[in-house]
Design a protein around this ligand. Structure first.
Ligand code: 5GP
Length: 176
């Protein structure tokens, strides 16, 4: 896909190398027991499928839909659950798999929500982190890459539902 508005920030190759490192690290950190991965739709779906396959252990997978952004590139600050989990989290070791942490509003809300369901533990894996934009405190246990304050698309991330299927993570110039 050649698009003059797109500038590659993280290549597909670098993404895959980093995900293999994260998968190995997470496997070491959870040597026994069941690990419940929760994929935050839709942006984290590519990350989830590669991360799960990079782990040398059994995992269970479920999906949760959260919406914080409208069709543009700035946050509305509103969080809505658009699809809830199919499973109970009681007593489970839970790893939330998210595409990007920006203001922290989404994950802060989600951590409170899921904590009420009495899991044994909850951690977060996020492929991308934009620490400059943080409004709510959130501890991300596994971070793929820290990136500057730019709007990115590709590898699951969209702009108005476009660009999710790019292999690379790209900056969308002129989007703010
Ligand atoms: P937060 O609540 O941390 O501000 O935002 C998290 C959500 O905002 C992410 O799951 C993602 O959907 C969206 N988001 C934040 N930054 C970007 C970005 O640079 N590109 C895209 N496509 N979505 C973003």
């Amino acid at each position: 896909m050649v698009d003059p508005k797109l500038r590659v920030l993280i290549s597909a190759e670098k993404i895959q190398i980093r995900i293999r490192e994260l998968g190995a690290q997470i496997s070491r950190d959870y040597p026994t027991g069941q690990l419940q991965l929760i994929c935050i739709l839709k942006g984290a779906c590519f990350f989830l499928t590669d991360l799960a396959r990079a782990m040398q252990r059994d995992v269970s997978i479920d999906f949760m839909g959260i919406s914080t952004y409208g069709k543009g590139t700035s946050s509305s600050g509103e969080v809505k659950v658009t699809k809830d989990l199919d499973i109970s989290l009681e007593g489970a070791d839970v790893l939330i798999v998210e595409d990007i942490v920006d203001t922290g509003v989404t994950l802060n809300y989600l951590m409170h929500l899921l904590d009420q369901r009495k899991p044994h533990s909850i951690r977060i894996a996020a492929l991308l982190d934009k620490p400059e934009r943080r409004l709510r405190p959130i501890h991300v246990n596994y971070v793929g890459f820290q990136i500057p304050d730019e709007f990115v698309v590709g590898y699951g991330l969209d702009y108005a539902e476009k660009y999710r299927n790019l292999d690379d993570i790209c900056v969308l110039d002129g989007s703010s």
